[in-house]
Design a protein around this ligand. Structure first.
Ligand code: NAP
Length: 325
């Protein structure tokens, strides 16, 4: 089969190549998926570049996320799954057969039925972003009636955080850097969209949140936004950070104490297994109800995988997908 792969860390154009490799067979408990679209996330280029290295055994086909159709099942897997449309998550976690290839082989629970009506593009956009958003929102319980602030609501994680929070019955405020992103965040269903670069952002958020303040923050840039977050949250609010910035923030301890906040940090690779299973169930139910939508998509053929990685590294708005055929 045709696959993109690397066998050492480095810049996209230096280490990524497209080759023919033997098509993998599914082992016990696994399924093989004919990949129709492969989603690219920041974690994929960070693993490939060595910025956040993950072990390479011989070679690594990159990309955790994807969508396609099951065409073979391993021992112990219901062969009735053959022909099922699925969305894939953690395809390249501890597994060389990521989704940047014509076929991927994964443990069967990482190939989740894609409801009728959900597109391949949406299916390939879900894994890392939607599951991260889910844990950032629900690790500390339900959000019915709460006010949630999603920083960076036009980002992939931010987008699904807005949609999942709305579905859970929260009021959702989000921040963006300009009009194009504001439009995307409003389309995702945010009740209030605020430009964080404009003066008065905290005032706008506070007056919308009302006297009680923001209950829960999903934070993409803790250092840049902590002052804003502390200005708008209520005591006991949770600020959940899922991204590292170039420089580590200095923690203003007294201000955090004054605000009585709880800080939580999230890395999807370490989220408890049962929480990941719950996320796949909730995300699939949301998909079936039409509650999750696509961001704008930029597609690259497999041969142009290096350009696809560069597009993600440079902050392309929306999702970047690689199409294996
Ligand atoms: N911890 C985990 O398990 C986990 C999981 C998924 C992703 N991540 C990390 O999370 C980050 C985002 O991932 P993604 O896939 O959502 O990327 P993305 O689609 O590129 O979105 C990032 C968004 O953050 C916004 N942003 C940047 N600085 C901001 C600020 N100061 N305030 C508000 N918004 C800001 C960006 O827009 P503007 O710059 O225009 O504001 C952009 O819309 C990446 O660093 C990724 O590695 C971590």
């Amino acid at each position: 089969m045709k696959a993109a792969l690397y066998d050492r860390y480095g810049a996209a154009r230096e280490v990524l190549r497209v080759e023919d490799v033997p098509r993998p067979e599914p082992g016990p408990g696994q399924v093989r998926v004919r990949v129709q679209a492969s989603g690219v996330n920041p974690t994929d280029w960070k693993s490939r570049s060595g910025a956040t290295p993950r072990p390479i055994e011989g070679f690594q086909i990159p990309h955790q996320d994807g969508a396609g159709v099951i065409d073979a099942t391993g021992e112990g897997v219901d062969p009735g799954r053959i022909g099922q449309r699925v969305w894939l998550w953690f395809a390249a976690a501890g597994n060389r057969w990521g989704t940047a290839a014509q076929w991927s082989v994964v443990p069967e629970e990482r190939a989740v039925p894609l409801p009728e009506g959900a597109s391949v593009e949406l299916g390939a956009s879900l894994g890392v972003p939607a599951m991260t958003a889910h844990w950032c929102l629900f690790a500390d319980g339900p959000l019915q009636g709460k006010t949630v602030l999603v920083a960076g609501g036009a980002g992939a994680v931010g987008h699904f955080a807005i949609e999942l929070a709305k579905r859970a019955g929260a009021r959702v405020i989000t921040t963006v850097s300009g009009p194009e992103k504001a439009e995307l965040a409003a389309k995702a269903g945010a009740d209030l969209v605020v430009n964080y670069r404009e003066p008065g952002a905290a005032g706008q958020i506070s007056s919308f949140a009302g006297a009680s303040g923001v209950d829960h923050v999903v934070e993409v840039a803790l250092g840049a936004n902590l002052q804003l977050d502390l200005a708008v949250v209520r005591p006991e609010a949770r600020i959940v950070c899922y991204a590292a910035e170039a420089d580590n923030p200095v923690l203003p301890v007294r201000a955090c104490m004054n605000a009585n906040v709880v800080l939580r940090f999230v890395l999807l690779y370490g989220v408890p297994q049962e929480a990941l299973r719950q996320a796949t169930r909730d995300v699939t139910a949301a998909l079936a109800d039409g509650a999750l939508t696509e961001l704008p998509v930029t597609k690259f053929p497999l041969d142009e995988i290096a350009a696809a990685h560069e597009a993600v590294e440079s902050g392309t708005v929306g999702k970047v997908l690689v199409i294996p055929d």
